[in-house]
Design a binder for this molecule. Structure first.
Ligand SMILES: O=c1ccn([C@@H]2O[C@H](COP(=O)(O)O)[C@@H](O)[C@H]2O)c(=O)[nH]1
Length: 224
């Protein structure tokens, strides 16, 4: 089985990002490039990282009208990403058009409820009910729209897996016991997420901000 860990390369400078990736490359299965990286380094940055040979997860979390998202999806074919994200709350038509516009073989996953949110945060946006209810609702919509899977926390992934057996589930918000959670609110360990049915484990700061990133990546790999 291939290594499910994708390193969230949320690093503001390109050379330190490449140096970090070189150190941990042997202990991860792919690289996640998100808004911070893409806004800072654009196409050039993505190509630089892609040349390092690991699968690329382009986490741009598209959220717009169907026509705009479909055009954006076509524009990123050039990066040959293995995985891309859209917000499931963008609606069924947007997700259908996103999937239709994605490159062959590229997995399109719908972000359900960000792992930095809890029920109180949700209520402040006018959505009442449990985290699990919200994730299940959006997972069902993403499934109906033909997406490959969703992004959710390790708290919900086992329930989603039961309902969507062949889904592709991306889980961020991962921490080893005793480590700081930062802005993440729905956190589990990488091992717990994997055992609950995650397909991809997204890990950023526990590796990138560690004193010894290579040792941190190796230690996480050893728990899996
Ligand atoms: O719900 C979500 C969706 C995406 N993310 C992204 O994952 C990483 C997590 O980084 P850590 O440093 O391990 O907390 C980050 O790039 C987020 O943009 C998420 O955390 N939650």
């Amino acid at each position: 089985m291939s290594n499910p860990v994708y390193l969230a390369l949320d690093v503001p400078q390109i050379e330190p990002a490449k140096a970090l990736l070189s150190k941990v490359k042997a202990h991860i299965g792919g690289v996640k490039l998100g808004l911070e990286f893409f806004c800072a380094h654009g196409a050039h940055g993505v190509h630089e990282i892609a040349h390092m040979g690991l699968p690329i997860f382009l986490d741009l979390k598209f959220h717009d009208i169907p026509n705009t998202v479909a055009a954006a999806m076509q524009a990123i074919h050039v990066y040959e990403p293995a995985i891309v994200t859209v917000h499931a709350s963008g609606g069924r038509a947007m997700m259908e058009d996103a999937k239709a516009a994605a490159a062959e073989g590229c997995k399109v996953v719908g972000v359900t409820m960000l792992t930095s949110l809890d029920t109180n945060d949700l209520a402040k946006t006018g959505i009442y009910g449990s985290e699990e209810t919200q994730v299940m609702r959006l997972a069902e919509l993403a499934h109906e729209a033909g997406l490959d899977g969703i992004v959710c926390s390790g708290h919900e992934v086992s329930r989603v897996r039961k309902a969507w057996k062949d889904g592709f589930f991306v889980v961020p918000g991962l921490r080893l016991p005793g480590s700081g959670t930062g802005d993440q609110k729905r956190v589990v360990t990488p091992r717990a997420a994997r055992d609950a049915g995650a397909s991809v484990l997204v890990i950023g700061r526990p590796i990138s901000r560690a004193e010894d990133p290579e040792a941190a990546a190796r230690a996480i790999e050893a728990t899996l």
